[in-house]
Design a protein around this ligand. Structure first.
Ligand SMILES: *Cc1c(COP(=O)(O)O)cnc(C)c1O
Length: 355
């Protein structure tokens, strides 16, 4: 079976409204300007000034000793578990977590690690679920090594882990000698939505990272942070996996631009997501989750239209959204305006009422 996604049918109208993902953002003219002016060097030997500046900024943002620029968030997760775990070790994560569902089995394939799911509503597991999953070291069980959370929980609905929940996970982990890793692909969305700083959220976590190619709007890159020793070991894996770069300052400049200009505006994305959820919620039969950040999940099946068909009919109007099981995920981001949101609501209402 062909595993590469088929390209979009060229007979369809051009995409006008792209709610598929916040990865679909295009670098703005000002961001491209910053990239063009970037000071660059050889990242692999530590000589790229823009990348070095970015790593210092993120280390300080997350309150960690050191940080390293990575080509993707996926590579941050993979390098982190490769450093933290040994073959046969166990990682504890929510069943919807990216590490478990969307990384091609990397943690098993490359590390020989198994992942034990910690279920819970909206992508978030409770302290009791974590406590109940912990087994004292013994000859029969895998060695439990890492507990990981997603901030925000993507498939969970873009939900935000509360500071108190994060602190409890850290405290249970420390008591049981588990390492803590935070997948912060959308950490800055959580920061803007909750008002809790990135440093406070990351307090006590052994490793954590933020993605720049999601709502922050940069084309490429993520930065992972932790202790100096941890980052040293991440560098070894980055080199081994082929993630060490050269003039990465071109990309780091886009990330620095995003930190300066695209963090506070995430609040606009969250407001747009609420407008979208409110509008969709008024359409009979549509089940809509109340968004906490920039991800809106809705299920149209009770309105009499199949998820796949609704997506196809939106696509035929140049509106892109993503399918996730029976639900649709619509992401707001910096290329989505409130007028586009209104137009999307109108389109969904028309399609559903004709079905
Ligand atoms: C997107 C995402 C990743 C992976 O990031 P990439 O930069 O796309 O590799 C990891 N975790 C979560 C929660 C994500 O949403």
């Amino acid at each position: 079976m062909r595993m590469t996604p088929a390209p979009r049918d060229p007979k369809l109208p051009p995409i006008r409204i792209n709610l598929m993902s916040d990865t679909q953002t295009r670098p703005t003219p000002a961001m491209r300007e910053a990239m063009m002016r970037a000071d660059v060097g050889d990242e692999q030997i530590g000589d790229d000034p823009s990348t070095n500046r970015l790593c210092e900024r993120v280390a300080s943002l997350l309150g960690k000793q050191a940080a390293v620029f990575m080509p993707s968030g996926t590579m941050c997760n993979i390098a982190a578990t490769l450093v933290h775990c040994r073959p046969g070790d166990e990682i504890l994560a929510h069943p919807s977590a990216h590490v478990l569902t969307r990384e091609g089995g990397a943690h098993a394939a490359l590390g020989g690690f198994q992942i034990t799911p910690l279920p819970g509503d909206d992508g978030i597991f409770s302290p009791d679920t974590l406590r109940a999953a912990i087994v004292p070291p013994n000859r029969y069980s895998a060695q439990q090594r890492v507990v990981t959370v997603e901030q925000t929980a993507n498939i969970g609905g873009g939900t935000v882990w509360k500071k108190s929940g994060l602190d409890e996970v850290v405290s249970i982990a420390k008591k049981n000698k588990l390492i803590t890793h935070m997948d912060g692909a959308r950490l800055m969305n959580a920061v803007v939505a909750s008002g809790v700083s990135a440093r406070d959220m990351s307090e006590g976590w052994d490793s954590g990272w933020i993605d720049f190619s999601k709502g922050l709007g940069a084309p490429i890159g993520a930065v992972i942070a932790g202790s100096e020793d941890f980052i040293d070991e991440v560098w070894r894996w980055k080199q081994r996996l082929g993630g060490a770069m050269r003039q990465s300052g071109i990309n780091a400049a886009a990330c620095l631009y995003a930190l300066d200009h695209h963090v506070n505006r995430l609040a606009d994305d969250h407001a747009n997501a609420r407008v979208l959820a409110r509008g969709l919620g008024q359409i009979p039969g549509l089940e809509v989750n109340q968004p906490q950040t920039n991800l809106v999940f809705f299920d149209p099946t009770k309105s009499g239209i199949e998820t796949k068909r609704l997506i196809a009919e939106l696509d035929a109007r140049g509106i892109l959204a993503g399918a996730l099981d029976h639900r649709i995920r619509a992401c707001t981001h910096l290329d989505v305006t409130v007028a586009m949101i209104e137009e999307t609501i109108t389109a969904v209402r028309e399609i559903v009422s004709r079905a």
